[in-house]
Design a protein around this ligand. Structure first.
Ligand SMILES: CC/C=C\C/C=C\C/C=C\CCC/C=C/C(=O)SCCNC(=O)CCNC(=O)[C@H](O)C(C)(C)COP(=O)(O)OP(=O)(O)OC[C@H]1O[C@@H](n2cnc3c(N)ncnc32)[C@H](O)[C@@H]1OP(=O)(O)O
Length: 290
């Protein structure tokens, strides 16, 4: 992430190429941030590829770059859709960066949670067609990113899993993660899956409706482009108004309770018992490796 003199993050500064489409509308030919690459060809469909090794964790820096990228695309009249995927093998996103929630100050937790909210408000509320090409595992916050898109296509590898596994970490998915989940899979499946903190292998995720289709990994981007073309064949205004109608209540709920939600998160995550759970989880991840 590059920072301007004012301290405000400037996305992709320095390696942004601005082109002029035949109709005179400005088009970015290619934009590269440090944690994700973004490409908007003249087709009007952007591809956003996460590239934050080792596992595309959603750190404060990542979330900020993500939100800025979405804002740039949203404000670009030439862009009607975005396909979100990962450059890393086997991982779409490992979810929120746990180190951002461990051993930090209240101020840091506040800033971090506001960035998580901002990313979700932008993605879930986007006017663009959003397609997730889930080419690897996608736990918790990674699942939220995929669920916030209009359509999810996952690589059919049963080793890849997706779900809201917060309960396994000893933490609780906030109400807007839950609302997003319910809107995708329905109340009963969400209730069971959330309480158990389940990570569903790709075939099971498909059966539950958590992902819309499975394809061989090498066909993922081709299929995402075909789905995008299908969704873009409709007039934007009709699709956008329908999307707003379907999602507004859930978006408004967070907007109305944003500060309270931040307070709850900070209080919750600052508890010693929660800090202990998160530390133990990180240790478990490291042990599993060795
Ligand atoms: C009453 C209550 C009221 C209100 C509540 C209020 C608020 C709610 C409070 C909290 C809500 C928080 C919501 C949280 C959402 C989240 O997203 S939490 C994150 C969940 N993510 C996970 O559980 C994934 C964990 N990771 C994995 O399972 C695996 O790493 C993987 C499957 C993604 C990849 O496996 P591998 O390829 O085998 O890679 P490694 O496991 O070796 O990992 C490499 C490296 O990366 C580190 N790492 C992995 N995931 C994370 C992560 N999410 N954050 C930070 N770091 C991560 C891992 O430790 C390894 O590090 P090193 O050992 O190499 O240093």
């Amino acid at each position: 992430m590059l920072l301007s003199g004012s301290g405000k993050p400037q996305f992709g500064e320095g390696n942004r190429e601005v082109g002029e489409a035949p109709l005179g509308r400005p088009v970015w030919a290619a934009v590269g941030g440090s944690l994700m690459s973004l490409c908007l060809p003249f087709t009007g469909v952007a591809t956003m590829k996460f590239k934050s090794p080792p596992v595309n964790s959603l750190s404060l820096e990542f979330l900020t770059e993500f939100s800025i990228s979405l804002e740039k695309l949203e404000n670009n009249r030439a862009c009607r859709g975005v396909i979100i995927t990962s450059t890393l093998p086997k991982i779409f996103s490992s979810g929120l960066d746990i180190t951002e929630m461990c051993g930090k100050s209240m101020e840091h937790y506040t800033e971090f949670w506001r960035a998580v909210q901002e990313m979700w408000l932008r993605l879930y509320g986007s006017n663009m067609v959003t397609v997730a090409a889930v080419n690897g595992s996608s736990p918790a916050g990674g699942c939220l990113v995929a669920m916030s898109c209009d359509y999810r296509i996952m690589a059919e590898n049963p080793k890849f899993s997706i779900g809201l596994n917060e309960a396994q970490l000893g933490i609780v998915a906030p109400f807007w993660f839950k609302d997003t989940f319910v809107n995708v899979v329905g109340h009963r499946i969400a209730e069971r899956s959330l309480q158990l903190g389940s990570l569903h292998p790709a075939p099971e995720a498909h059966k539950l409706g958590l992902v819309d289709e499975l394809v061989p990994e090498e066909k993922l981007m081709e299929r995402a482009a075909a789905v995008m073309a299908q969704w873009l064949a409709l007039p934007d205004h009709a699709r956008q108004l329908t999307k707003t109608m379907m999602r507004k209540a859930v978006l408004d709920r967070l907007v109305a309770h944003r500060e309270e939600d931040i307070k709850n998160f900070v209080t919750f995550v600052s508890k010693e018992s929660i800090q202990k759970s998160l530390r133990m989880y990180m240790e478990m991840l490291k042990k599993r490796k060795s």
